[in-house]
Ligand binder design. Structure first.
Ligand code: AP5
Length: 252
């Protein structure tokens, strides 16, 4: 099996504090700073991986930060992280103050020379307003917000077949994006597992939270002139091409 050891480990983002990424980002001529929006299971993480490979931008997922915290001993987690994991397990949004504290602690990642792809943050209007202030404090601006659109019945199929790497967080699907060896990550050889918030009951709660708290961000970013709506139907590669075309059209 061919593994890819040169993939950045995103330690600065996943661990926070003094952690540093294993390799410096490539310096693209035009670093992209993007937010990826969309309902649970629309494919934000999958597109973030593809976009990150092509654009060199770092994949900054708040969900990955919480899932990474789960791999720590309970005594090594802050009480805020333990509270966050409790909310997440049920499918509820983690309270804004916890998420904002965690992102503020990692604000140097917003200055990453390779650019960034924010996935799963912001998720409420209060988080989006706080992000604007954080970006201004770091003297950087968003280039665009890509919103992936997908009907509910397809979302359920995607979430129920998802498998995620315990180590590098790469995302697979048992039918549409299977790993080369069952249960093993193609990128780092880590074990694949099924997320506990991909159970039916949690999926329903997550969809409700999306409709109530996150969907209003489409209007927020449309008004800011940043929104690019993309259909998330079709293969990951087709959606990736749509995303690149939309970004190119916006740039020209
Ligand atoms: P988070 O990790 O952000 O999850 P999410 O937004 O619910 O999104 P998902 O990761 O479920 O889906 P995705 O769109 O990335 O899809 P994926 O590419 O994996 O958040 C989890 C939880 O953390 C939240 O519920 C909340 O509790 C908490 N949280 C995180 N951030 C927060 C915040 N800012 N505020 C408050 N709380 C926060 O794809 C899904 C599956 O489909 C995969 O198996 C994939 O292989 C497959 N697939 C992808 N694309 C295709 C395609 N085109 N065709 C067929 N299959 C596909």
């Amino acid at each position: 099996m061919s593994l890819n050891p040169a993939k950045p480990n995103r330690a600065a983002w996943l661990k926070g504090g003094e952690a540093h990424c294993n390799i410096a980002p490539d310096l693209p001529p035009h670093p992209r700073r993007l937010v990826l929006l969309g309902p649970p299971g629309a494919g934000k993480g999958t597109q973030a991986e593809l976009l990150s490979e092509r654009l060199g931008a770092c994949h900054l997922s708040t969900g990955d930060v919480f899932r990474n915290a789960k791999t720590l001993d309970e005594c090594d987690r802050t009480s805020a992280l333990n509270t966050a994991l409790d909310f997440m397990k049920r499918g509820n949004l983690v309270p804004d103050e916890i998420v904002l504290g965690l992102v503020a602690e990692r604000s140097r990642c917003l200055r990453c020379k390779g650019g960034f792809l924010l996935d799963g943050f912001p998720r409420t209007v209060a988080q989006a307003e706080a992000l604007n202030k954080l970006l201004a404090s770091q003297d950087v601006r968003l280039d665009a917000v890509i919103s992936y659109e997908l009907p509910l019945e397809k979302i359920v199929v995607r979430l129920s077949g998802r498998r995620t790497c315990l180590v590098c967080k790469a995302v697979f699907h048992v039918d549409s994006r299977p790993p080369m060896s069952a249960g093993i990550c193609d990128h780092c050889g880590g074990d694949l597992y099924q997320r506990e918030d991909d159970r039916q009951e949690s999926i329903r709660v997550r969809m409700e939270a999306y409709t109530k708290d996150t969907a209003p961000l489409e209007t927020f970013y449309r008004r800011a002139g940043l929104l690019l709506s993309i259909s998330a139907e079709g293969s990951p590669e087709e959606i990736f091409e749509r995303s690149l075309h939309a970004l190119q059209r916006r740039q020209s």
